[in-house]
Design a protein around this ligand. Structure first.
Ligand code: ADP
Ligand code: MG
Length: 266
């Protein structure tokens, strides 16, 4: 779909928060420390306990936070990107599915307006009606929802609309911050199945932030484990799930009562 190779690079990226300004003796809190990461042509799950820096990593990508040190390069462009034209281009490639579907949708907008907005913002020249209907169909929703507002949708429907809003601009990388955490188990499974089918059908890379290791393994080839803002381990989903090396990974796996066929370090 997109001929541009998906490429997100973190070179030695750190983000420190200071409770007091440095000149008043404020000590750094290391939300992220020395992150080196390259997301190329594989889907990646980012897992880790609460507070390990997962959302901070994603917020950096979307310019919501600034790195204290290091470089982030998105599709060949170093952050911060100042040119509106380049910003638009990057947004076309990389779209976010936020964590809370209901709070992320404008309550005064109809589904139609929600889906039209990114096309207007990115000055998309294609036929908007066709794109909006295609995106709704991609997420398995009926056109009948177009005149409804977010408040009239169930949480599962709202999450699908949030996914459609990300898809409507044809991104090459879809970034999802805990997309199933607010859903019941049945809706959760349906959203995971949907992401799985979209990924292969639309030829997209997925960056999935999740607590759910089973979802990480099913949807992504690689897993990155964060702990206290640092990379605890990185590897193929198979390796991480069957032979985790780091105690954080082992704890996450044990907490979810997943079967580990091999002992660690085997
Ligand atoms: P996760 O998404 O993995 O749960 P976050 O990226 O949201 O973790 O947060 C990482 C750490 O940074 C947490 O310990 C959090 O309390 C801290 N943090 C986040 N935002 C701020 C802020 N604005 N000021 C100070 N600390 C923050
Ligand atoms: Mg988070």
């Amino acid at each position: 779909m997109n001929d541009m190779t998906a490429s997100i690079q973190f070179n030695n990226v750190s983000l420190y928060y200071y409770s007091l300004p440095r000149w008043l003796g404020g000590k750094p809190f290391k939300a992220l420390h020395n992150i080196n990461l390259c997301i190329e042509d594989k889907s990646l799950a980012i897992v880790g306990p609460s507070g390990s820096g997962k959302s901070t990593l994603i917020e950096l990508l979307f310019g919501l936070r600034k790195a204290t040190n290091g470089d982030i390069i998105l599709f060949g462009n170093s952050l911060p990107i100042n040119s509106p034209k380049v910003q638009t281009n990057v947004c076309k490639h990389m779209q976010l599915i936020p964590q809370e579907p209901h709070t992320s949708l404008n309550p005064y907008y109809t589904v139609y307006q929600v889906l039209k907005e990114p096309l207007l913002n990115l000055n998309d020249k294609s036929n908007h009606e066709v794109r909006i209907k295609d995106a709704l169909k991609d997420v398995g929703l009926s056109n009948k929802l177009l005149p409804l507002t977010a408040a009239q949708l169930s949480t599962g429907q709202a999450q699908r609309v949030a996914i459609a809003r990300a898809l409507v601009v044809n991104p090459s990388v879809l970034i999802a911050d805990e997309p199933t955490s607010s859903l019941d188990p049945v809706s959760r499974q349906k959203i995971l199945d949907l992401l799985m089918s979209l990924k292969s059908r639309l030829d997209m890379r997925l960056v999935l932030i999740t607590h759910d290791l089973q979802a990480a393994k099913t949807l992504c080839e690689d897993i990155l484990v964060l702990n206290h803002g640092e990379i605890a381990e990185f590897g193929s989903s198979h390796q991480i799930m069957t032979a985790p090396n780091h105690p954080t990974t082992q704890a996450l796996i044990n907490a979810q009562s997943l079967i580990i066929p091999n002992q660690p370090n085997n």
